[in-house]
Design a protein around this ligand. Structure first.
Ligand code: PMP
Length: 451
C-alpha cells in the first residue's frame, strides 16, 4: 500500500472503451457506468486498474484464481496447445489431452483412496457442472430401475449457478422468482444460526440436526420420488455459511438410508480453498458426485468438471439405453482448457497449494476475528482461506453498508466481494502473511469509515 493507492478525483483513464454494448452479468449497468471500475492487468496477488493503481486481490477474482494471477506456466501451455490443435470435438471421438487431464484429476479426485470419485465429465462452467450432476443423478436413478425418483433437493441460501437446474435447487430468492423452476424441487433449511453460532472459527457447534430436514422431506414426498440432494459444503455466494459439526455426516447417512444420491457443489471449495484438495476430503464426507469449475483452470480458460463415483458411472455404462448419458457440450474437454488445467495442476502440486490454506488458516482466522468489535460487525465466520464478515444492515437500505465498504476498499487498493451486508473474502492461496494483515487493516479501516 502506497500513496499511489490514495483515491483520486480525476483518474487518468487512457483509451477508455465505450460502455454501451456490453450487457454486464449480475450488474446494475447504469450504476456501473456512472463510476466504472476497470482492471487492465493482473499479476501475482494484484490487479492493476486503468488509472494505474495496484489492488490486492482479496477474492481470487471470483473465487477462481487460486494460484494467483499471471501464471507463465499456464500462459505457455495454452499458447502451445492453441498452436498444436485449437479445437477438436469429443462427441464420438477424442483427443489425448482430455484423457490425460481426466487421468490427472482422477489421481487427486475427492474421496478416500480406493473410493475416489475418479470418473470425470467435463463442462464449460460451474452452472454447467451443476446441471450436469443433476442430470447424471436422474439418469443414474433411471438406470438402476428407480425411474420414479425425479425430485431434486437443494437448500435455502444455496447458490448453484444460473442454469434452470441450478436455480431450481438453489435458494436465492431473486434468482428463483424471476424464472420458472423445475417441478418437484424442494429445499432443506439453511444452517445459519447467528443466535447460537456467531463468531465461530471453523465449524459451528450447533445445527447438525438441521440435516434431519431431509428425513422430513422423505416423509413428506416419499423416498421413491427423490433422486438427489445437492449442497455446497461451505456456501459461499450467499455469505459464507460453514456446515455445523456433524451436519454433512448426517446428510450422508440419510441419503444412504433412502437411496438418495448426495452431490457436493465444490465450485468454490474445490482445489485447495479449505486446505485439502476438496471439501469432501477436508470434512471426511464422500458424496456421490462433486461439481467443480473455477480453480480447475485457475480461472484462466472457462471450464468445469463433475467428478462421479464409479458406482454412478458404471451403472450408466452398463445401462439399458445404449448411450450412457444423453448429455454433453461442444466444449466438453476443450483441448485449450485441458492444457490450462494440466498446467494449473502442476502449479498446485509444485507449490503445495492444495494444502497451503491449512497452513495459513489459523493466522487468517485470527486476523479476521480481530475485526470483532468494529462498528456494526455482527458476525464473523472463517474456514480455510474463506471469511464472511457480516455487517448490521442500514435501516431501510439492505446491502448499502457493505457496498459502501466495498467501494472504500477498492479506492484504497483492496478487492473484496459483498453479498447483501456480508463481506466475503477468498484470497488466492499464494497469499503471504503480510497480506493477511493488509487485508484486515484496509477492511477494518473501511468498516470504521463507513460506519
Ligand atoms: N456453484 C457455486 C457454489 C458457485 O459459487 C458458482 C459461482 N460462483 C456456481 C455454481 C456457478 O458457476 P459459474 O458462474 O461458473 O456458472
Amino acid at each position: 500500500m502506497s500513496d499511489l493507492n490514495a483515491p483520486t478525483d480525476a483518474p487518468a483513464r487512457k483509451n477508455a472503451p465505450a460502455l454501451e454494448a456490453f450487457w454486464m452479468p449480475f450488474t446494475a449497468n447504469r450504476q456501473f457506468k456512472a463510476a466504472p471500475r476497470m482492471f487492465v492487468a493482473a499479476d501475482g496477488m494484484h490487479y492493476t486498474t486503468d488509472d494505474g493503481r495496484q489492488v490486492l486481490d482479496g477474492t481470487a477474482g471470483l473465487w477462481c484464481c487460486n494460484a494467483g494471477h499471471g501464471r507463465r506456466g499456464i500462459a505457455s501451455a495454452v499458447e502451445r496447445q492453441l498452436a498444436t490443435m485449437d479445437f477438436a470435438p469429443t462427441f464420438q471421438m477424442g483427443h489425448p489431452i482430455a484423457f490425460e487431464f481426466a487421468e490427472r484429476l482422477a489421481e487427486i479426485a475427492p474421496g478416500p483412496r480406493g473410493k475416489k470419485l475418479d470418473r470425470v465429465f467435463f463442462t464449460g462452467s460451474g452452472s454447467e457442472s451443476v446441471d450436469t450432476a443433476l442430470k447424471i443423478a436422474l439418469a443414474y436413478q433411471r438406470a438402476v430401475g428407480q425411474g420414479t425418483r425425479t425430485r431434486l433437493i437443494g437448500r435455502e441460501r444455496g447458490y448453484h449457478g444460473v442454469g434452470f437446474g441450478g436455480i431450481s435447487v438453489g435458494g436465492i430468492v431473486s434468482n428463483r422468482r424471476a424464472f420458472p423452476t423445475l417441478p418437484g424441487a424442494d429445499h432443506l433449511r439453511h444452517t445459519h444460526d447467528p443466535a447460537k453460532n456467531a463468531f465461530t472459527k471453523g465449524q459451528p457447534e450447533h445445527g447438525a440436526e438441521l440435516a434431519d430436514d431431509l428425513e422430513r422431506l422423505v416423509a413428506l414426498h416419499g423416498a421413491e420420488t427423490i433422486a438427489a440432494c445437492i449442497v455446497e459444503p461451505v456456501a459461499g455466494s450467499t455469505g459464507v455459511l460453514v456446515p455445523p459439526k456433524g451436519y454433512l455426516e448426517r446428510l450422508r447417512a440419510i441419503c444412504d438410508a433412502h437411496g438418495i444420491l448426495l452431490i457436493f457443489d465444490e465450485v468454490i471449495s474445490g482445489f485447495g480453498r479449505l486446505g485439502a484438495p476438496f471439501a469432501a476430503d477436508f470434512f471426511g464426507v464422500t458424496p456421490d458426485l462433486v461439481c467443480t469449475a473455477k480453480g480447475l483452470t485457475n480461472g484462466t480458460i472457462p471450464m468445469g468438471a463433475v467428478f462421479a463415483g464409479r458406482h454412478v458411472h458404471d451403472a450408466l455404462m452398463d445401462g439399458p439405453d445404449g448411450i450412457e448419458l444423453f448429455h454433453g457440450y461442444t466444449y466438453s474437454g476443450h483441448p485449450v482448457a485441458c492444457a490450462a488445467g494440466l498446467a494449473t495442476l502442476d502449479i498446485y502440486r509444485d507449490e503445495g497449494l492444495l494444502t497451503r490454506a491449512a497452513e495459513l488458516a489459523d493466522d487468517w482466522a485470527s486476523a479476521m476475528h480481530d475485526l470483532r468489535g468494529r462498528n456494526r460487525v455482527i458476525d464473523i465466520r472463517t474456514i480455510g482461506l474463506i471469511a464472511g464478515i457480516e455487517l448490521e444492515p442500514r435501516p431501510g437500505a439492505p446491502g448499502k453498508r457493505a457496498y459502501d465498504v466495498f467501494v472504500d476498499c477498492f479506492a484504497r487498493g483492496l478487492l473484496i466481494r459483498v453479498t447483501g451486508d456480508i463481506v466475503a473474502l477468498s484470497p488466492p492461496l499464494i497469499l503471504e502473511h503480510g497480506q493477511i494483515d493488509e487485508i484486515a487493516r484496509v477492511l477494518g479501516d473501511a468498516i470504521d469509515r463507513v460506519a
